[in-house]
Ligand binder design. Structure first.
Ligand code: NI
Length: 396
């Protein structure tokens, strides 16, 4: 059996082995040579079960053996740094598949639930591939959850992590054909929840909303990413649906002036008037007002800052995407410059920028980044965004 071997962390498995107190000599029966193959079954049930027991006892790298409902036994072992799972029907002695513990009429619902949870956990470029369910899957039938490990799937770009799904039995209790325990509290693995162990950056989009904003929101959603849109007051009513869509999809909406005039060349009174007017428009669309401002050209002074009740958000990675309309250039530039806590500047009024984001997000994911809004980034770095103050990036 030729397989692409994936390095996995051995620590927890070694610990498990020790915990189980399993000490098995390296050289023994012929099972080692036919490692994953079924033992040859005898004719009667008892001899079949004995053979299964013998097979289990002879596994040099047994990780876990679990009897389920007195009918099944789930055996997990390690071969070449990857989990191998086998499920046996202990009564008939047959090796069976995971569908054997699912009610026959619920098999389809079961898989569709698995896929739904995959899409909740992983960006689409990963879940699109895993949901095909056509490569090596390893199943752990645990006390409270079913764990699936996914191997051999060709994903581009390739994530540098073990791909797995933990499915709490509460999610699939109606589909299970075995006695299961239900714990009271559980949480689904949700890839859009902020993971403090990952590097985190904020993506920001200025000068919109525009004709590509709606598609950009879809792209962000498909990649478990969120972003902050610094919008022009004059565009809010024109692209009302995009504004609403951004808000409904938990994107952050900031202010980027009414019509992109340099604040320093405007009367203070006009700046305040236009800000208030834009706030009213945003409120009529989303029910919310602006809390963040990005001044056009980053041009700001203390007097203007004091006059507007918001925090001022600048940036520390400028893609100059209005000049560089090459998607590969933009993708590579961000991958090269990105660091934890960065605020990255794009403009969603250019199609090439939106195309670049579509290329970039999977790479940011596999490089271990989580893409969030400015406020979330501030929150993660324990920065209180104060009114009348400006920020270029965050550190933690
Ligand atoms: Ni601008």
């Amino acid at each position: 059996m030729m397989k692409i071997r994936k390095k996995v962390k051995l620590k927890k498995k070694v610990f498990l082995l020790m915990a189980l107190g399993i000490m098995i000599p390296l050289a023994f029966s012929s099972f080692k040579n036919i490692s994953f193959a079924m033992p040859v079954l005898g004719t009667d049930k008892e001899s079949k079960s004995n053979l299964i027991n013998e097979y289990i006892n002879n596994l040099s790298n047994l990780v876990e053996k679990k009897e389920i409902d007195s009918r099944f036994v789930n055996v997990i072992s390690l071969e070449d740094d990857r989990y191998i799972s086998k499920l046996f029907n202990f009564k008939t002695g047959e090796e069976v598949n995971i569908e054997s513990i699912i009610k026959p009429e619920m098999v389809e619902e079961f898989w569709s639930k698995v896929n739904k949870l995959l899409y909740l956990k992983y960006p689409n470029f990963i879940s699109d591939v895993l949901s095909k369910n056509d490569k090596t899957n390893t199943y752990f039938v645990k006390d409270n959850e079913l764990v699936i490990y996914y191997y051999d799937y060709e994903i581009d770009p390739l994530p540098n992590e073990e791909l797995s799904l933990h499915i709490n039995y509460n999610e699939i209790k109606d589909y299970m054909d075995i006695t299961i325990k239900l714990d009271k509290t559980y949480e689904n693995e949700d890839g859009s929840k902020i993971d403090l162990n990952k590097k985190i950056v904020a993506l920001t989009f200025d000068d919109g909303p525009g004709p590509y904003t709606s598609r950009l929101i879809d792209i962000l959603n498909n990649n478990k990413a969120h972003a902050t849109f610094f919008m022009l007051g004059k565009n809010l009513s024109i692209y009302k649906d995009a504004v609403k869509k951004a808000y409904d999809n938990k994107m952050e909406i900031g202010y980027h002036s009414y019509n992109h005039k340099n604040f320093k060349r405007q009367k203070l009174e006009t700046i305040v008037e236009e800000f208030n007017e834009s706030n009213e428009i945003l409120k009529s669309i989303t029910g919310d007002t602006f809390h963040l401002i990005r001044p056009p050209y980053g041009s700001i002074n203390e007097k203007i800052k004091e006059s507007l009740d918001a925090s001022f958000i600048l940036w520390n990675v400028d893609t100059e995407d209005w000049r560089h309309k090459n998607t590969d250039y933009l993708k590579d530039y961000v991958l090269e410059k990105a660091q934890d806590g960065n605020i990255i500047l794009f403009h969603d009024i250019h199609k090439s920028s939106v195309d670049a984001i579509e290329k970039l997000l999977p790479y940011l994911y596999v490089e271990g980044y989580q893409v969030v809004t400015v406020s979330s980034l501030a929150n993660v770095t324990k920065t209180d965004l104060e009114l009348h103050k400006s920020y270029r990036y965050f550190t933690r």
